[in-house]
Design a protein around this ligand. Structure first.
Ligand code: ATP
Ligand code: MG
Ligand code: FE
Length: 334
């Protein structure tokens, strides 16, 4: 298959051309990060407008780079949800127009399924596998016994890990996006401020990060009251150590219980070097561990194309009545 994929769920306008679900022929990402940075986070209406301005050029650039035309395509795929509804709709309408004008099948892809299938662009997926999803809106452990079948064994009960990074960053007066900036600051630390870890009840694979976020806020607030300048690098390090410890320990426990053939990492937080290193130290000698390169961890359309290929093989087809689904649940497609 040759699939054109479009992703506009948040603040990246992205298009990619993917061959057979495994080869990136073109992968274009136009980020809006700078526009949102001055607001300290993504402003939905601003995101939608930027997508409208960028999407046509991004799609054209992807096709040009891939040296293909619409008539070469097997299907057009798009992120159907979850995400910001106005942002999603820009990609969906673009995909629908292409589908209608060029008589191409339309495939609606779940954004998180996309993050997981980004791994297919790195290494063939082997089942059963365990996926750690750590992104701006999701923190989940997902077991896949076969292609297209998702079983969520644990998820966050409050903040997603990326969200916690972004909120901690704001408390530390670091610019948006928070994750990479907290990571950078933590690298400068010569000491560490120990922060709590939330393990929840025994046997659970769920996560909770709101207590950690509060601990960061409280520490800064209490120091302020005492007239002390908080050692922010030490705090950033403490934050990152807590997050990494919880994510890695939970993943290792799940690996021990389910004995998957592969462990995959997915989502923007997988770009974190501390997390990548800790996972490698704890798992690489036990199982095939796959962590995508940074540009396939954060939002992109290549991952949507990789997932769409497998959905295509499973017979999934969308229709021109497709709508943006901001709260779309992750459902098996096989
Ligand atoms: P979702 O995928 O759940 O819908 P999203 O698409 O907004 O949410 P992603 O683009 O997958 O999320 O990831 C963005 C998140 O990753 C942000 O919260 C960002 O702070 C975080 N992130 C990016 N790079 C790093 C890093 N190096 N360390 C920690 N966090 C990071
Ligand atoms: Mg983003
Ligand atoms: Fe994402």
């Amino acid at each position: 298959t040759i699939i054109l994929a479009i992703e506009t769920s948040c603040d990246e306008t992205a298009a990619a051309v993917i061959k057979d679900g495994t080869t990136i022929v073109a992968n274009v990402v136009a980020t809006q990060m700078e526009s949102h940075a001055r607001f300290g986070g993504v402003v939905p209406e601003v995101a939608s407008r930027h997508h409208v301005e960028a999407v046509t050029a991004v799609v054209e650039e992807a096709l040009e780079k891939a040296k293909v035309t619409f008539s070469d395509l097997t299907a057009v795929a798009v992120t159907e949800g979850p995400g910001l509804v106005g942002a999603l709709l820009v990609g969906i309408h673009t995909a629908k127009a292409i589908s209608f004008a060029h008589q191409l099948p339309l495939i609606g892809v779940h954004h998180i399924a996309g993050h997981i299938y980004a791994n297919q662009l790195v290494q063939p997926m082997k089942f059963p596998l365990l996926a750690l999803v750590a992104s701006g809106g999701h923190t989940e452990l997902i077991l896949m016994k076969e292609d297209g079948v998702f079983e969520t064994i644990g998820q966050t009960r409050d903040d997603a890990v990326g969200e916690a990074y972004d909120k901690a960053a704001r408390a530390m007066k670091l610019p948006y996006p928070g994750g990479p900036n907290v990571e950078k600051l933590a690298l400068e630390a010569t000491e560490e401020i120990e922060l709590p870890r939330s393990w929840l009840e025994k046997g659970s694979y769920d996560f909770s990060f709101s207590g950690l976020k509060s601990a960061v806020l409280n520490r800064i607030h209490n120091d302020q009251q005492k007239g002390i300048d908080t050692n922010l690098a030490a705090l950033a390090k403490g934050f990152q150590e807590s997050v990494t410890d919880v994510l890695v320990t939970r993943t290792v426990t799940a690996f021990n219980e389910f004995q998957p053939k592969q462990v995959l990492v997915a989502g923007g937080v997988a770009a974190n070097k501390g997390l990548r290193q800790a996972l490698e130290e704890r798992l690489a000698n036990k199982v095939e561990l796959v962590i995508p390169p940074l540009h396939l961890c954060t939002d992109n359309a290549a991952m949507i194309g990789a997932c769409a290929h497998q959905m295509w093989l499973s017979g999934a087809r969308g229709s021109l009545s497709m709508n943006g689904r901001p709260g779309m649940p992750l459902q098996s497609f096989a």
